[in-house]
Design a protein around this ligand. Structure first.
Ligand code: FRU
Length: 508
């Protein structure tokens, strides 16, 4: 039976969604039906469709008491909204239905596991927040919270670990039919640890072990864990809070982290080998993966970051969007990503320029952004919902450019730049001139050891974002863009003559 809180939320979103013209939203990146969205939750296949739930506050475009929004899709690109699935309407989740995951039970029902947040006054009179793991079971549309929730209580954690930071359960089924659930927790040292639980029915859970420990190496608390095997490796994804920068690998604040290692399934032991960032751009967090029907491991993240997510206009009817679904693989010990192949079905209006010479712009300075006048534009290469494949190399091998700049979402005033600096093995994204009126992070650099003198990249743009895949997805940089969609120019600048190959598709 649905609660009053859930019914009200369902009614509210149905009425207010109508006030948002579909052209004002991203075309193929999921945005909230109305109001605020953060983490992807419960990515799963149910009833022949992909289901995505999301952290949701329908009532305004800022974070508030969390609900689970709900959408379904056949290709992870075109989404149809369903009514909000969960609301904070029980004593154990009255202060928020936080992130979690989903699975189909043996009997065909859809199970959601999430974190219930409850603030309570303790014996010494202090107000304290408790996080527990709860389930709701349903038919792909309506979900009933389990009568004996929470299923994993805050006592089922190691001694001296935090009962406040205990969240984001990720569930999977092993080959022997039993289930595992990985939840994020804060250890005694104030940094993250991941707790592994096992169950035969997804209801009765038993603590198995501490699966991984941060030991204050990568930020403090780790949020939103995901674990899976890929090409015989174990892959652990987490979203650390309070990161300190490390070279060009990690930046300050909330980040994203991938640890590749060995996984022994018999003992559920994970041994770390390689560590890297998942996305080197500005907006990517709380990623979660799903195995597609044909066995691909696909990842979707929240295309935002907490430190800048408060800096938007009160009056905006929606805020937050998901990243592209990205197919994962491992190459040379690194996690590589490529846009889901279904995106190619959306390609139309191919325009190709082979070996165009881009002549050096006089005095092109680092972030020479006051003016893009003098930049070269190419016939048919413009737009805001695009899939672009580029290859850039110097005209004379000995005369390698220091900087090659691709300016997108551009007109005389606005532009966002992707800067290639091959001599320093750097790529930089810069949205300072994107129309943002806030003092937030606008630039980020990544260290990319370019292999030859020719640099390959793919840029996927939707109305309010860009995702840049370098070197066949070995490095990715993502940013959301506030630029008005009428700014649809693309310009090239270089400080030494370069040769450009480009293929452009509109995405429809
Ligand atoms: C990550 C996160 C999660 C939590 C949710 C709350 O972005 O902080 O740890 O479950 O957001 O909305």
């Amino acid at each position: 039976m649905s609660s009053q809180t859930l019914r009200e939320a369902r009614k509210y979103e149905e009425v207010h969604e109508k006030l948002i013209p579909s052209d004002d939203r991203p075309k193929f990146h999921l945005s909230p039906r109305v109001g605020w969205m953060n983490d992807p939750n419960g990515l799963s296949i149910y009833g022949g469709k992909y289901h995505m739930f999301y952290q949701y506050h329908p009532y305004d475009a800022h974070w508030g008491p969390m609900h689970w929004g709900h959408a379904v899709s056949e290709d992870l690109l075109h989404w149809e909204f369903l009514p909000v699935a969960l609301a904070p309407d029980e004593f154990y989740d009255k202060d928020g239905v936080f992130s979690g995951s989903a699975i189909t039970l043996e009997d065909g029902r859809h199970l959601l596991i999430y974190t219930g947040v409850m603030k309570r006054t303790t014996e010494n009179g202090q107000m304290k927040e408790f996080q527990t793991q709860c389930v709701a079971i349903g038919d792909g549309l309506d979900y009933e919270k389990y009568e004996n929730n929470p299923v994993i209580n805050s006592d089922a954690i190691p001694k001296d670990s935090s009962k406040t930071d205990f969240r984001d359960p990720k569930i999977w089924q092993k080959e022997d039919g039993s289930y595992r659930c990985l939840a994020a927790n804060r250890a005694e040292d104030g940094s993250g640890q991941l707790l592994l639980y096992k169950s035969n029915d997804c209801i009765h859970w038993e603590f198995e072990k501490i699966f991984a420990k941060n030991n204050r190496r990568y930020g403090l608390m780790w949020e939103c864990p995901d674990f899976f095997t890929l090409e015989d490796h174990g892959v652990l994804l987490v979203s650390p809070q309070d990161m300190l920068p490390e070279g060009f690998e990690f930046h300050n604040g909330n980040g994203n982290l991938c640890i590749i290692g060995k996984y022994d399934s018999a003992t559920d032991t994970f041994t770390e080998e390689n560590v890297q960032a998942v996305d080197y751009g500005i907006d990517f967090y709380a990623m979660q993966t799903i195995k597609t029907i044909d066995g691909r491991r696909v990842m979707i993240g929240w295309m935002q970051n907490w430190d800048t997510s408060g800096a938007h206009d009160e009056k905006e009817p929606w805020f937050g969007q998901m990243s592209l679904p990205r197919e994962l693989s491992i190459r040379g010990g690194r996690l590589c990503q490529r846009p889901i192949k279904e995106l190619e079905n959306m390609r139309t209006n191919k325009v190709e320029h082979k070996d165009v010479i881009i002549e050096a712009t006089k005095d092109l300075k680092e972030s020479d952004s006051e003016s893009i006048k003098g930049g070269v534009s190419l016939e048919g290469i413009n737009g805001r919902c695009l899939d672009l494949e580029l290859e850039v190399k110097p005209k004379e091998a000995k005369e390698l450019f220091d900087r090659f700049v691709i300016s997108i979402a551009a007109d005389e005033k606005y532009h966002t730049d992707i800067v290639l600096r091959p001599k320093e093995n750097i790529a930089k994204i810069d949205r300072k001139f994107s129309g943002s009126r806030r003092a937030i992070v606008h630039q980020r650099r990544a260290f990319i050891p370019w292999k030859d003198d020719s640099i390959k990249l793919r840029i996927v743009m939707d109305r309010y974002s860009m995702e840049v895949f370098f070197e066949d997805g070995a490095y990715v940089m993502t940013a959301s863009l506030p630029t008005d969609v009428s700014c649809d120019g693309i310009y090239f600048n270089t400080n030494k003559d370069a040769i450009l190959k480009i293929v452009k598709y509109d995405l429809q």
